[in-house]
Design a protein around this ligand. Structure first.
Ligand code: GLU
Length: 432
């Protein structure tokens, strides 16, 4: 039986039965079914006992071909890799990053009704493999899309380090005239439980309907499949290894909640950049820079710090409101004098900045005498409320573009990375 995209079928496998729309799969041994819930499921042909055609898709051309409807806003989707753009290899069970962009659009035909979609594969990389040079490649591609008339750009991206890229793009794209949204998913797009479709469609819906001209992240807001949160590219972090609502606003609120099915955008905090008259400029990363990120622990030794003496910059995740083990308090803590001296050596050669290991809250390095001693030797970080990852990216970006002014600009709010006043409803117990 020759099936076409959108045909309504009934599939009986060894242990289950599915009703839904047929979607041509990239892999010969798999068929994909769009279930009534909106989810897609990939079924190995070997598992199938019977397929019944219930009705032919009469609107196939209209629904499943790319829509270049001039009345709809032009949105570009750039694929960089990650689970959102992956398929399960049903032989091995592994998830492989080799999804064609056209196939994502065919799987989520709703996209074609919201915008005129242009989609390109610009990379196929897991986010843990990202290097500074990838930020530059991506920023250039985004600029190209905007200059070609895109009114919004969506980036599909691996989730692990998605918040590094969102921070990097926030700094690299100066005077952004359109929304740029990063989208990931915790389950590959051809799995029944995938969150890819909802994240992607909500991102496109928000890009089309919002006045935001900034870099944000669009991911599930909760475990329910209703709203996605639009989060700041600079004040967000992956906070769970596997939940679909893993991304949370840190020391800030989500900008908005969006549900394309209801046609609803609920703004929570419009603390994003809007339309302006500036010209889009790129300020890229020096890919030769070496930046470290060290977590302070108990029982440290000075060598751990001195390892970074030839680095261009070092972020240290300090404990509490900005502490490192630099106090000699008894005969067992003599190493801490050496740690203090190691910091002194480092700050003469490189930029050393503290960020909060607690993730939430702000550092205050004026409270304890050990902190004041650190400030005297130019360990920076006083009043830092940026995540360690945003601090890392900002340090790299400043050293790339404003080397001489780096120390002064680190704690100047350049793009919305610093929240002047932290509110009590910006912590985990608050549900939006
Ligand atoms: N570790 C991979 C990445 O971040 C896959 C995880 C995901 O996309 O959720 O690219």
């Amino acid at each position: 039986m020759k099936l076409a995209n959108g045909d309504v079928i009934n599939v009986i496998t060894r242990d289950k039965e599915y009703d839904g729309g047929f979607i041509q799969s990239q892999k010969k041994d798999i068929i994909t079914v769009k279930l009534n819930s909106g989810y897609n499921i990939g079924i190995n042909k070997k598992e199938i006992k019977k397929i019944k055609l219930i009705s032919k898709n009469k609107t196939e051309k209209k629904v499943f071909s790319f829509n270049f409807n001039k009345k709809l806003k032009k949105i570009s989707i750039l694929h960089t890799g990650g689970t959102v753009a992956s398929v399960v290899d049903y032989k091995t069970g592994a998830v492989a990053p080799r999804f064609k962009p056209e196939e994502i659009l065919n799987m989520f035909p709703e996209l074609n009704e919201i915008a005129s979609i242009n989609s390109r594969l610009i990379g196929n990389i897991w986010s843990q493999d990202i290097r500074f040079v990838h930020f530059n490649i991506l920023a250039r591609e985004i600029k190209k899309e905007i200059e070609d008339g895109a009114k919004g750009v969506i980036i599909t991206h691996g989730t692990d380090f998605l918040h590094y890229t969102s921070a990097a793009l926030s700094f690299a794209l100066e005077n952004l005239p359109v929304p740029v949204l990063l989208v990931g998913s915790q389950r590959s797009s051809d799995r029944g439980s995938s969150d890819a479709g909802m994240n992607l469609i909500n991102a496109v819906y928000f890009a089309v309907n919002s006045e935001m001209c900034d870099v944000g992240i669009c991911m599930h807001n909760s475990m329910n499949d209703d709203y996605c949160a639009i989060l700041s590219g600079l004040k967000t972090r992956k906070m769970h290894a596997s939940r679909r609502d893993a991304f949370k606003a840190i020391n800030s609120k989500p900008w908005a909640l969006v549900d394309y099915r209801k046609g609803e955008i609920k703004y929570v905090d419009k603390n994003f950049n809007k339309k302006h008259n500036g010209k889009l400029e790129l300020r890229l990363f020096n890919d030769k820079l070496k930046i470290g990120l060290l977590k302070s622990t108990i029982n440290m030794d000075a060598k751990q710090f001195l390892f970074f003496k030839n680095y261009d910059g070092l972020v240290i995740e300090a404990s509490g409101i900005g502490n490192l083990p630099t106090s000699v308090l008894d005969r067992y803590t003599k190493e801490h004098k050496k740690i203090f001296n190691a910091l002194k050596t480092l700050t003469k050669k490189t930029v050393v900045v503290l960020a909060a290991q607690t993730i939430f809250g702000r550092l205050n390095m004026n409270v304890y005498s050990n902190q004041r001693e650190m400030q005297e030797i130019r360990v920076l970080g006083h009043l830092n409320d940026m995540t360690p990852e945003t601090t890392f990216v900002k340090l790299a970006w400043l050293l790339s573009n404003y080397k001489k002014e780096t120390k002064d600009l680190l704690f100047e709010n350049l793009r919305g990375e610093i929240n002047e006043r932290l509110m009590s409803d910006e912590f985990l117990d608050k549900n939006f």
